[in-house]
Design a protein around this ligand. Structure first.
Ligand code: AMP
Ligand code: ZN
Length: 468
């Protein structure tokens, strides 16, 4: 069996086949941050899950073309820039820069494209789409001069969210002071300029204004990936109305099925509530770094819970991540020591099984907790074999090669994980000195190893290295 995903659209686990299976290319669109503040770690749960998805597809031989947009114009960014007394682009740049830095800290692979909604080519694409929808009778300009999507023209609306949207169906013109739409569910494609928008405005056939959030994603996705996308992701809060609206707009323009697989991660929770800026119960990555946690530890905590399950954020969880990483680090060092300078051999059957199982678990809708279980089985059993003096150098070296394959997906190895070759040479020399009972030379080498940042301890299984 190949890769399978739970598709939000069908609520079924489906075999994954991209639009162009022969090319083994995957077109993937991921909704990115609204850049009016530092992203919180709930947002990063979504991005870490998408990173795992990309890396596992790559491990399975796919070339992933990924786009992540940056929403740099909407009510929140405009309000923020006015409060800060900055031009919109200067204001959002601060948070774009911070976002890219945070992605690096969390070891998230950069997407191929990070389009910003305000780039002229995308604004042009948004206007072209709205013009097309208007020509088809699907978009209309209301009395408030904004342009809306006529929901009655797209009966499939609500299918992704599995909602009964009867109440959103047209029931005569809705009118109130702030309601000019034909139907309550109609959503804005183009927002007419008003004073609160200040200098943020684009000219259009409907007068000055700015695009709505939903059309931004449709236009950027279709411009960069074409009208048919293999995978579209986000957090569950994106399903409705954002992704419903994206489907409606895109499919009405192209006449094609917009997305083959929809994947949504559950929320990061804090004490039973969604972590969000509006509830004020959030941590940014920077908050955690200030408290002494590392990006790698947070990556572990976010990555290792299956994406469809809610994840409760706790500091005990981060402690657990730290301990688990420590275990991995120690194991990697042992393999490096045992396999130093020896070419790799295939590890024994019993160990190879765990490696294959790691990847097979991920095939099953990214079952990362299952995959980590297999990794820790591998660690436990190979440690036992080393303790018993049963793991040959070539086999250790082969395991290290396999670990590196696994870590292409996890990206969890310590920054300077590899014991430098020079240090391993010193350890070997020291072993020789000890065998020759040259204790002075052995002590001198221990100091030299310490000087290079490593502690060597002699155990009954041989010398054990740990970073100082
Ligand atoms: P936003 O900046 O609010 O548009 O959100 C950016 C991304 O983060 C979207 O994919 C959201 O669904 C996702 N997101 C927001 N809050 C959370 C949360 N608490 N847990 C997981 N994902 C979230
Ligand atoms: Zn989006």
């Amino acid at each position: 069996m190949g890769v399978r995903f739970l598709n939000t659209y069908s609520r079924q686990v489906e075999e994954f086949t991209p639009l162009d299976p022969a090319a083994k290319t995957v077109r993937m669109y991921t909704c990115g941050p609204t850049v009016y503040n530092y992203a919180h770690i709930g947002n990063f749960r979504a991005y870490v899950f998408e990173d795992l998805l990309q890396r596992h597809l790559e491990a399975r031989g796919y070339a992933v073309q990924r786009v992540m947009n940056l929403t740099d114009v909407d009510d929140k960014t405009i309000r923020g820039s006015r409060q800060a007394g900055k031009r919109l682009s200067d204001f959002t740049q601060i948070y774009k820069d911070a976002f890219f830095e945070d992605l690096k800290t969390l070891r998230i692979k950069p997407a191929q494209h990070f389009p910003s909604a305000t780039e002229p080519q995308y604004v042009d694409a948004m206007i072209a789409m709205i013009t097309d929808l208007e020509a088809k009778g699907i978009a209309y300009q209301a009395e408030d001069r904004s342009v809306y999507f006529r929901l009655s023209k797209f009966p499939a609306y609500g299918q992704l969210a599995h909602l009964d949207l009867e109440e959103l169906r047209p029931s005569g013109r809705v009118r109130s002071d702030d309601y000019e739409k034909e139907s309550i569910g109609d959503f804005a494609l183009w927002k007419a300029w008003d004073e609160d928008d200040g200098e943020v405005r684009w000219e259009s056939r409907w007068g000055p204004g700015r695009p709505g959030w939903h059309i931004e994603c449709s236009a950027m996705a279709m411009t960069l990936l074409g009208p048919e996308i293999d995978i579209h992701c986000g957090g569950v809060d994106n399903i409705f109305p954002h992704h419903e609206a994206e489907i409606a707009q895109s499919e009405c323009c192209s006449g094609k099925k917009f997305v083959r697989y929809w994947l949504h991660c559950a929320h990061l929770m804090v004490e039973g509530q969604k972590m969000s800026k509006s509830l004020g119960n959030f941590y940014t990555l920077r908050d955690l770094l200030d408290k002494g946690w590392t990006g790698r530890e947070l990556r572990f905590a976010l990555l290792t819970v299956n994406y469809r399950l809610p994840l409760n954020f706790t500091f005990a969880g981060l402690e657990g991540a730290r301990a688990a990483l420590h275990r991995i680090d120690e194991w990697v060092v042992r393999l490096e020591q045992s396999g130093h300078g020896v070419s790799a051999a295939e590890p024994r059957e019993g160990l190879v099984t765990h490696i294959a199982d790691f990847f097979t678990a991920l095939d099953d809708d990214l079952n990362i907790s299952g995959a980590m279980g297999h990794l820790f089985d591998l660690i436990r059993e190979s440690n036992k074999a080393i303790d018993a003096g049963e793991l040959g150098a070539a086999e250790a070296s082969g395991l290290l090669t396999q670990w590196r394959r696994i870590d292409e997906v996890l990206e969890l190895e310590r920054e300077a994980a590899s014991v430098p070759e020079g240090v391993l040479d010193l350890v070997a020399k020291r072993q020789a000195a000890r065998a020759a009972k040259n204790w002075a030379e052995s002590d001198r080498l221990r100091d030299e190893i310490a000087g290079a940042g490593w502690t060597v301890k002699d155990t009954k299984e041989g010398p054990k290295l740990t970073p100082r």
